[in-house]
Design a protein around this ligand. Structure first.
Ligand SMILES: [Zn+2]
Length: 239
């Protein structure tokens, strides 16, 4: 048995027994951690806030026989303003679910963790439109997970595509296709490609639509979601 201190964020919680919760934590150093928060549903429990979704803090865990129990938490952030806006809250839950779909026990994910925190911060504490923010998140998510889409060449014949040339998006192949190679792939406009390329170069505060750009959220969602092994339930509520 041992005690470990882990910076982590709550991605999921599930009630069990009368007063307890099982938490799925995302630790940048240790990836996925399941931990029991005993008594956390009692009105006076010190673990109430720390067992809610989006709770970020230093979780002191007691580990025995491969099971973790939360002993105490130093909370640093709860992203509380998300609770005041249904669309932004749903978008935040979507971010948590996509992370939960890829993290593994014992596998560090520092870059993904920072991506999640930066995106959640903009979502909770800025007026930035959530659709372009989420689209920027998704292209970075794809890049971190090793399936960054190719946007300047045709993924089938390899031909270079000029910035204003017509092109289509092939989610299976992971990038754009030229008119000669197109079968049924949907159009991706020059303004959409421009948004994605620029979003890849910058941080979360730059994920806004500049003049002539458009954030291709449905395309990026379809692209990322088909690479994940689990359905993203909160996606159904995002319109
Ligand atoms: Zn082609």
């Amino acid at each position: 048995m041992k005690l470990t201190e882990n910076t982590a964020i709550v991605l999921r919680n599930a009630n069990y027994r009368e007063n307890d919760r099982m938490l799925t934590l995302f630790s940048p150093a240790r990836g996925r951690i399941e931990a029991a928060a005993r008594g956390s549903r009692k009105p006076k429990s010190p673990l109430i806030a720390a067992s809610e979704l989006f709770a970020l803090g230093d979780y002191l865990l007691y580990e025995k026989d491969g099971r973790n129990t939360v002993t105490s938490v130093q909370l640093t952030e709860t992203f509380y303003p998300l609770r005041n806006d249904f669309e932004r809250l749903t978008c935040g839950m979507y971010l948590l679910e996509t992370c939960e779909a890829v993290i593994q026990p014992g596998k560090a994910e520092h870059e993904l963790f920072m991506l999640l925190l930066y995106t959640l911060s903009r979502l909770a504490f800025s007026e930035q439109p959530w659709r372009s923010l989420l689209t920027g998140y998704l292209i970075h998510f794809a890049a971190i997970q090793g399936f960054r889409p190719r946007l300047s060449h045709c993924v089938r014949c390899g031909r270079r595509l000029l910035p204003d040339a017509p092109r289509y998006f092939d989610a299976q192949e992971g990038g754009t296709v030229c008119p000669s190679c197109r079968v049924r792939q949907p159009v991706i406009t020059a303004g959409e490609v421009q948004f994605l390329m620029r979003a890849l170069e910058g941080g979360s505060s730059t994920w806004v639509e500049n003049e002539g750009e458009k954030a291709p959220l449905p395309l990026m969602r379809a692209y990322v979601e088909q690479r994940l092994e689990k359905p993203i339930h909160s996606g159904k509520m995002l319109q």
